[in-house]
Design a protein. Sequence first.
Length: 240
Amino acid sequence: MTEPVNGAGRGAETRTVGAVRVRRALGVVGLVMALGAAATGCGEAEETPEYVGTEEACHGVFKGRLAKTVESAMGTSSFHWTDPKRLDQVVDALKTGYESGHRWARGDTLCRLTPEGGGRKDRAGITFYMYAPQDVGDFRLPEGGRLYAMGKQAEATPESAALYFECVSPQFKGSKARPMRIQGSLGRPEDRGQRASDPREVSLTMLHAASLFLAKKLQCENNGGLPEKPVLTPKQPLRQ
């Protein structure tokens, strides 16, 4: 099995949630900050913003109260702008992986929440892959890890989270018989703001929002089985 590219796969920089599958998945890589110029109707060049507010960051995934949760965890309300093309790259990577017929496949990073003035150690990254069937049902977790009752499987540590779901969509030909298996992974630094709640729940809440956003973009039936609001009910005692 070859190593994934685009910052995904085994040898990821973030702390892993599980054993093999999450080492494969939690690939949060170096900052890609896309700055450029877009032509306006008058033919003039308009510079893209360097920083945006929380509700505009990461394709507008974090809205309302969720934005406040992200700001509390990340310690800021200003983040590097995310190139909208990153969404297309994630979708293309998933489609390529599905069409390959492989059991699992590389993905791409949806966004990197890098605080204004921050660096690699300060950011949170959200990436999506096609997971292997045996990845679900592997309940081995590192210290501080916990399983939750959401999607096909959900798990989190204070600094990372993984959420597995299946997608039946016209965008994946044949998915009625063979659903597309999608795993979202989030890796982030320790909370820089005040800890008003369990950091595991914060990580999983952020990842759920991004996963639901992607499921809707992919036209997954029933949103891939993901609820509109995150389910943070533990499935087992905390791994001490």
